[in-house]
Design a protein around this ligand. Structure first.
Ligand SMILES: Nc1ncnc2c1ncn2[C@@H]1O[C@H](COP(=O)(O)OP(=O)(O)O)[C@@H](O)[C@H]1O
Ligand SMILES: [Mg+2]
Length: 262
């Protein structure tokens, strides 16, 4: 791997706005993400988290604001553009093909072929073992259809697929919502491994415990606006709850336009 530039944000969203029928779903929201960093996006239902992230993933077209990728202004008008910038979203549903194995899922839609034009199953399994071995060394179930895998294992297949597509920025929307404690821990391990590889992660989560375990920073939204952001080490869980519920920005956080003035 080439030397990482850790000074320039992988992603810098600046003053992003979008309205739906006159309602400002996202209102001049700014947030950045550095290599190897996990930034948790927090806020009540309807705060604008998913909408902001859908603008980054090219699913929605913003009304205003700029997106910088590695310091350069990016043109993201559709999901294809986002993928070209190395931005991948891991959806809650994981979008896996349930009846085929991990390798087939990793190469779905861009299968490796032998020089005779037949499917290169041996090559694909070897690649799958390589990627999965790095992400989740305990994973052994290469021959099973993914529907037989645990939630955590399925998650690692979905992430391995993104990594194989050269993702450098992952968006994870509630990755542990449907998982038990043991599997949640497994996803935590996965995230730690991705961080080591310099991948940046936007994590949407409702679980404040998970957030404090996994995230380096939090960014809190309320009514489409950014209340503020903070390193998880600089704020308490109660203070973050105060940001979410009241829009109150504690001393350890950097206030955004949505912070209430006291
Ligand atoms: N496609 C859409 N059409 C109309 N309104 C939308 C659409 N997507 C989101 N919204 C509205 O934008 C606001 C922010 O929603 P969302 O981004 O889903 O919040 P969150 O993910 O924080 O729960 C909400 O008021 C929601 O109803
Ligand atoms: Mg949402």
């Amino acid at each position: 791997m080439t030397q990482q530039d850790t000074q320039t944000p992988l992603i810098d969203l600046r003053d992003i706005s979008i309205s739906f029928g006159g309602i400002k779903a996202v209102d001049q929201a700014s947030v950045d993400l550095f290599p190897g960093e996990v930034v948790a996006l927090l806020g009540h239902n309807g705060a604008g988290k998913s909408t902001l992230i859908k603008i980054l993933s090219g699913a929605y077209k913003r009304d205003a604001g700029d997106i910088y990728v590695r310091g350069e202004k990016a043109t993201i008008a559709n999901p294809r553009d986002a993928k070209d910038y190395g931005i991948e979203t891991i959806y809650q549903t994981l979008a896996l093909a349930d009846n085929v194995d991990a390798a087939a899922n990793l190469f779905l839609g861009r299968e490796l072929l032998t020089r005779w034009g037949t499917l290169d199953d041996v090559g694909m399994e070897a690649e799958a073992r390589k990627v999965m071995g790095r992400l989740n060394p305990n994973f052994q179930r290469f021959k099973d259809p993914v529907k037989q895998l645990s939630g955590g294992q399925r998650q690692s297949v979905a992430i391995a697929r993104a990594i194989l597509f050269n993702a450098r920025i992952l968006i994870m929307d509630e990755p542990t919502a449907a998982l038990g404690p043991q599997e949640t821990a497994q996803v935590g391990e996965l995230i730690k491994q991705l961080k080591k590889d310099g991948i940046g992660i936007f994590l949407i989560s409702h679980d404040i415990e998970d957030v404090f375990d996994l995230a380096d920073r939090v960014a809190v939204m309320k009514n489409g606006q950014m209340v503020g952001s903070a390193k998880t080490g600089d704020v308490t869980k109660d203070e973050v709850l105060g940001m979410i519920i009241l829009g109150k920005c504690p001393p350890g956080a950097i206030p955004g336009p949505g912070a209430i003035q006291e």
